[in-house]
Design a protein around this ligand. Structure first.
Ligand code: URP
Ligand code: ZN
Ligand code: ZN
Ligand code: ZN
Length: 504
């Protein structure tokens, strides 16, 4: 029957090791691991021979049904999670973003309304700190304590819209730290960008190329350094989202080393994007639409050595996670910026293709091992955002979010065949090894021999408890886990989650 599955003959890849194991799944949970398992009759058997079996991807960065710069992203929570599952991602974490002055609690409720009935896989939420006040501070506490939100994203760019000053960032990080939550930051210097933009526009540079020119690498790197410095002053864990350049990645590595030299637990984390690994910003002879489709912030970099540099930082654990920042607008929506690059809605696709892109660019050339691939596409995000070990690992007691990854097969990425609602794909034409042949979401086979059969509303909201039980030490984020103890930890987390009634 549907709720009993045996995945046989595969090589199970976790962040710490590869092992020949069969997986017995019942009621959405991994019940047994081992060869020659004794299982009930009538169980569906999936043959994973010749394949890797990996924990479902966790995409810690999506924007589904987000209104931004006068347009609403076309991937809503149905199309977005459908695309995720099609590519082997079984959990997404979206950003609930209040407008300036808007209540965070109202925003949270609004996001739950947009998502709950539509999601095809489990999801959690980060909350945006898009303005700062006494009310925001109080609502952050309520979100943490009652609704299971443990991560808050502040912006150093989008001047006049979301940008916070350094003193506001200091207060916001202090608040996050006191709550036992994790701060997140969009690191670009918004004041410098505003100045450069004025200059470019008055020089008559209005096309999409102006976007990149207005925000060079050092404008990103400076903000990464500043954000880490502010976080360190108040001892706050900080996760820097979408690191897009070599110098910003190096800045992150430097700040981590500095902190570890002081003998402190390193709680500075960095994320890069599938977009930064799978493509680059050097598209001189492209059409307006193609250039506009690739506009996101921070921008793709013209330096074509950027992807390998970022992959090396991932391998060295200077960066821990890969996200998609899936924030898709159609060509006609991008045309809002026909007269000025400042009006092109920012955002790209990636939630479907993230695993394939990281595999193709990272594992195929030997920069990342398969275990490291699992760490940076799933496990590390689960640990940082407190979903581990329920998510991010193939272990007894964990949710049955499992992908049979045929690394010998190939596919070519195209907007013609993708599951997104958008009408372009920034990775168009990229040939990737690594095809998710089976994707099991909470015990349900949603990609079956390559055929996508998602169930709308099948996913659940995942409240993420505060005071993370897993803290990274020094250079190694890999936490040794005793799988027998796992049961107990998961039970505790479930209990905590239970206390956080998702509907209030
Ligand atoms: O260009 C981007 N990244 N759009 C989404 C919003 C954000 O800053 O993450
Ligand atoms: Zn951002
Ligand atoms: Zn984003
Ligand atoms: Zn057990």
């Amino acid at each position: 029957s549907q709720n009993r599955l045996l995945i046989k003959n595969g090589k199970v890849v976790n962040a710490d090791k590869i092992a020949d194991l069969d997986i017995y799944i019942e009621n959405g949970v991994i019940q047994q691991l081992g060869r020659n398992l004794i299982v009930p009759g009538g169980v569906r058997i999936i043959d994973a021979g010749g394949c890797y079996v990996i924990p479902g991807g966790i995409d810690p960065h999506t924007h589904f049904e987000l209104e931004l710069m006068g347009a609403t992203t076309v991937d809503d929570f149905y199309h977005g999670t459908k695309a995720a599952v099609a590519g082997g991602t079984t959990t997404i974490i979206d950003f609930a973003l209040p407008r300036r002055g808007q209540s965070l609690l109202d925003t949270y409720k609004n996001w739950r309304q947009k998502a709950d009935e539509k999601v095809c896989c489990d999801y959690a939420l980060h909350m945006g700190i898009t303005w700062w006040s006494e009310q925001v501070q109080q609502e952050m506490a309520e979100l943490c304590e009652k609704h299971g939100i443990n991560s808050f994203k502040a912006f150093m760019a989008y001047k006049g819209l979301y940008q916070l000053s350094d003193s506001e960032l200091y207060d916001a990080f202090q608040t996050v730290r006191n709550l036992g939550a994790v701060a997140m930051v969009h690191a670009e210097n918004g004041d410098i960008i505003a100045k450069n933009t004025e200059k470019l526009l008055s020089a008559g540079i209005k096309g999409p190329e102006g976007h990149q020119l207005s925000r060079p690498e050092e404008v990103e790197a400076e903000a990464v350094t500043r954000a880490c410095t502010i976080a360190n002053q108040v001892d706050c864990p900080l996760y820097v989202v979408h690191i897009m350049s070599k110098s910003a990645g190096d800045a992150m590595a430097y700040k981590r080393k500095e902190l570890m030299k002081k003998g402190k637990h390193c709680t500075l984390y960095g994320e890069t994007l599938a977009a930064a690994i799978g493509t680059h910003g050097n598209r001189i002879p492209c059409t307006w639409h193609d250039q506009a489709a690739h506009v996101l912030s921070p921008p793709l970099r013209p330096d074509e050595t950027t992807p390998n540099h970022l992959l090396t930082l991932l391998n060295e654990n200077a960066l821990q996670c890969t996200g998609s920042d899936n924030c898709t607008f159609n060509k006609n929506q991008k045309e809002l910026g026909k007269d000025s690059f400042t009006d092109i809605p920012n955002g790209v696709n990636g939630v479907q293709d993230r695993l394939s892109v990281i595999w193709e660019k990272g594992v195929v050339p030997g920069i990342l091992s398969p275990e490291k691939f699992v760490a940076v596409t799933s496990t590390n995000a689960a640990k940082i955002f407190n979903l581990y070990p329920r998510k991010g690992v193939i272990a007894e007691g964990s949710d049955a979010d499992v992908v049979v990854w045929n690394y010998k097969a190939k596919r070519t990425i195209s907007a013609k065949t993708h599951a997104h609602a958008c009408d372009y794909n920034i990775f168009e034409g990229l040939e990737c090894h690594g095809v998710p042949e089976f994707v099991i979401v909470g015990g349900r086979v949603c990609v079956d021999e390559g055929n996508l059969r998602v169930a709308q509303g099948h996913g659940n909201f995942l409240p993420t408890p505060i005071n993370p039980p897993f803290v990274y030490e020094g250079q190694t984020p890999e936490v040794e886990v005793d799988h027998k103890e796992n049961h107990q930890v998961i039970e505790e987390i479930r209990e905590q989650l239970h206390g956080l009634t998702p509907n209030n």
